[in-house]
Design a binder for this molecule. Sequence first.
Ligand code: DGY
Length: 326
Amino acid sequence: MKPTIFITRKLPDELVAPLKEKFTVRMWDSEEVAVTKAVLREEIAQVDALWTMLSDTIDRDMLESAANLKVISNLAVGFNNIDIEAAKEKGIIVTNTPDVLTETTADLAFGLLLATARRFNSAEKDLRQGGWLSWTPMGFTGMDIHGTTLGIIGMGRIGEAVARRAKGFNMHMLYHNRNRKLETEEKYDVEYVELDDLLKQADHVVILVPFTEETKEMIGERELSLMKKTATLISVSRGGIVDEVALYDALKNETIFAAGLDVFETEPIPLRHPLLTLPNITAVPHIGSASVETRRAMMKMNVEAITDVLEGREPKDQVNSLASAR
Ligand code: DGY
């Protein structure tokens, strides 16, 4: 009997083909609509491998039924959608897709910064609605990026890639991270500061920390109140790190200038969400790694990891070490 794999979203045939040559593959049949919980639960009870999306919640309860499951490979670098401790207890390897998405996600972060501070969205919307009656001296004036101070919260691989881009814009760079990174400081000319100091001094703040118990709502009312009235906030790692109620108030009361969001507490963000009523928000639907080349590279990593585990090899990019559980 060949091992069985369940893929939780419809993925390009040519990327799934190498798995089909060796294993029995079942795949959810929609690209847009997520797999139902009931089907996911049923599949988890049967399969040897699960290929998941960041939108699938694989919690302890969901893993309860796993009988033969050996590997969960997540199409993302983040893996907060999976209870990796519960997986570890059941001897299930979890893998992710780091590195290949670093530059693409940094492109999005920096692009979102440009779009937000320079108000691309409201300017375009106005143009499309026929609002462009004449060139206006102060129309759609935003905030400069070049020569300003950038605060990077979370100096991992993507943080460094954002710093490389910021250097080209002649920005002064501050960062805050769980631990100081002396080599990075020297290499990219970034200065370590405490979080409050970063928020007070930066003209633009980019959030790149992963979602954990520690980072949950780390940017709330108090933190937002420390930011400059002219500052922009860019959030591209995970929803829930910024308190959305506090953010709404800060934007509505114009105690900060604008926010660019790629991630939200609830995804998809409900269309009636108060944040979407504000003009000083630039919102995109979690597209950090969404370039054709990068998404294909990520999928190839998932294929490799699943194949490795099902053929008895250690996969690369394992996020829960099973050594202590075995
Ligand atoms: C990830 O891979 O975790 C990113 O959020 C994708 O955009």
